[in-house]
Ligand binder design. Structure first.
Ligand code: URA
Length: 288
């Protein structure tokens, strides 16, 4: 049996017809046909897109692809389930959405907040997460101290992460600000998704990231989506995620709409400015 095969009752439920339990009842009642043959035994598997499934004579099919943006709060793990019974990002979504098969496109750490995209479109998931597509992710970070010019340069050109055994690709660090209390904030743009990448990059230069929030993925920004809330993305917004190579790379090819023109300023050279809107609705004042 093909690896793509799945249990008939699960397929029926993913098609949005009813719950898995009800699908089992329909099967046992002999109302379900697979490729014209009645299937009244549980345990049958079907290949979505290949096998024709009808219920009471009416063909069912998988819903169109579904993609949502979630504002992940701290304290939720990015996983579909957890063996230690911790809350996962799936706990923030309605059941029908989970049943549509959406999965997180990439991950945010337990303590990291911000934009997380979930989709049932396997191709999109691959394009957002695979480093080959260089889909840029932008983060707002609070640091325990400001980085020096040399540290900024080092982080931007790539640092060796020994836990991962790899050198990070070029990153962009912008919006550097020193705060009165000795801490600092900045924006980080990277297109890789190594585990705890931003935190580990700063660890290399001896700086601690005390707060991290993802502001954007590709050309899609978090906007004013409230913490813990999700919303379904329109197809135009889905296109912003991949941008088809236009303006979504960290290497600077192609201008981006938000804050891209600003130079990276070395620590200490930045004049104090008013909070910029690109820090998101929570705003820096709330991060302090
Ligand atoms: N980098 C991190 O350190 N954590 C995240 O959740 C995402 C990027």
């Amino acid at each position: 049996m093909s690896r793509d095969a799945e249990r008939l009752q699960k397929y029926i439920s993913r098609c949005g017809h009813c719950s898995r339990r009800r699908a089992e009842l329909l099967i046992e009642k002999g109302l379900v046909r697979v490729n014209s043959a009645i299937v009244d035994q549980l345990g049958t598997r079907v290949i979505p897109g290949k096998d024709r499934v009808t219920i009471n004579g009416v063909k069912i099919r998988l819903p169109k692809s579904l993609t949502v943006a979630l504002h992940k709060p701290a304290g939720f793990i990015t996983s579909t389930h957890d063996t230690h019974d911790r809350l996962t990002v799936m706990d923030l979504l309605p059941k029908r959405m989970i049943e549509s098969g959406v999965l997180p496109a990439g991950r945010l750490d337990l303590q990291t907040e911000g934009l997380l995209v979930l989709t049932n479109d396997g191709e999109l998931l691959h394009r957002v997460t695979h480093p080959r597509f260089e889909c840029v992710k932008e983060y707002f970070a609070i640091l325990n101290r400001p980085p020096s010019t040399r540290e900024l340069e080092k982080l931007q050109s790539g640092v060796f992460l020994k836990e991962v055994g790899k050198v990070t690709a070029k990153a962009k660090l912008t919006h550097v600000r020193h705060r009165k209390d000795g801490t600092a904030t900045l924006h980080v743009k990277i297109h890789e998704g190594m585990k705890r990448q931003v935190r580990r990059m700063f660890d290399v230069v001896g700086i601690k990231v005390t707060y991290l929030k993802r502001l954007a993925i590709g050309g899609l920004t978090l906007g004013d989506l409230e913490k813990g809330r999700w919303r379904q993305l329109a197809s135009k917004e889905v296109q912003l995620l991949t941008g088809d190579g236009k303006g979504t790379t960290a290497s600077g090819q192609g201008p981006r709409k938000t804050g891209e023109k600003r130079r990276v300023r070395p620590a200490g050279s930045m004049k104090r400015r008013k909070r910029r809107r690109s820090d998101g609705p929570s705003g820096q004042s709330r991060h302090r």
